[in-house]
Design a binder for this molecule. Sequence first.
Ligand SMILES: Nc1ncnc2c1ncn2[C@@H]1O[C@H](COP(=O)(O)OP(=O)(O)OP(=O)(O)O)[C@@H](O)[C@H]1O
Ligand SMILES: [Mg+2]
Length: 280
Amino acid sequence: MAITITIANEKGGVGKTTTAVNLAAGLALRLINRAGAASRVLLVDMDPQGHALLATAFDRSQQRHPASLASLLTETPPPSAQRLIQKSEHHPNLFYIPSDHSEMIHAARELPSLMANETRLQRALASVQSDYAYIIIDTPPTTGDLLINALVAANLVIVPVETSYLGVSGLIELQRTIEQVQTHFRPDLKILGYLPTLCEEQRVEAQEILAELQQRYKKLILPPIHKASDLAYAHSSHMDVFSYRPPRVRTSENIASSSRATHEYADLVETVMQKTQPKP
Ligand SMILES: Nc1ncnc2c1ncn2[C@@H]1O[C@H](COP(=O)(O)OP(=O)(O)OP(=O)(O)O)[C@@H](O)[C@H]1O
Ligand SMILES: [Mg+2]
């Protein structure tokens, strides 16, 4: 059964999509030599925002997909999830379910009036759970049914937190949403960690906020991701940073290059693997 990790924060522009894409790609690189389902990673794009990277990240042809995630969420009976899955251009063992901007906006409007509207993604993914080691879900910067579906479908949540005062103050609402999901649907849902993002070393403010986060969330604070032009350029080139800045020689053990951003996301990948793989 796949370990499903949702990347969530209701605040916009905090690095959710960047984290989802690079975590999924990094996991795929680390697992490439494993057999069958143990090597495969699925990325699910729940973000109806136009600049959600995933829909185009791996599909340069920009053709419209015959069906997207929205139909999984709203149609009764839903189409087979298997049929929606596309293959990444950069990694043979990375797959994704694209979303379409206008269809997802429509789905978000329609969902509240549909029966069992909170569990639709969970049920749709149930049929592909055994085909993947990890399923990573990117979410929109809003509360509502799309976020709730993504949380109900998950075992674990990673919360990217922009290291600014505003970034920290918005977390209470997300925690309430997670508690609601735990109470009503998933008592086993856990926060894997808070990921400080867009850190700027030279700013005193960022240091103070990191210290505050560490005091508040202790062991749940993941190693931070600094602001890096490689991440912004990779994003605008519709690539993950490991493909954008590849090392000269890559092994499944060592996926980082000379780019610091690849080291930082590789550290996140290691932490996620350590926290989720059964101990030998
Ligand atoms: N560590 C980083 N260094 C530099 N740029 C970054 C970093 N993380 C994200 N960005 C850039 O910041 C912008 C917002 O990032 P991203 O799209 O990942 O955030 P998001 O939380 O998914 O946003 P939204 O809530 O709108 O979906 C993007 O242009 C991205 O390239
Ligand atoms: Mg996003």
